[in-house]
Ligand binder design. Structure first.
Ligand SMILES: [Zn+2]
Length: 64
């Protein structure tokens, strides 16, 4: 990947609303950890899905 492509992906990540798709889920002692990927910009994020009724919440920043 070239530097200019990396910059354009980072710029895209900051200007649109991400559409997260779960790539993998791993069980932990407090719930699940999800590795999610944005269908729009290809960014990655890690979400914690604890055993409550609340929706998954981000535990990392977006990585592109
Ligand atoms: Zn995105």
């Amino acid at each position: 990947m070239t530097a200019s492509r990396t910059r354009s992906a980072a710029a895209a990540a900051s200007v649109h609303e991400h559409g997260w798709i779960t790539a993998s889920v791993h069980a932990t002692s407090v719930g699940h950890v999800r590795y999610v990927r944005c269908a729009g910009c290809g960014g990655w994020r890690v979400d914690a899905d604890v055993a409550t009724a609340a929706p998954p919440a981000a535990v990392s920043r977006v990585v592109v």
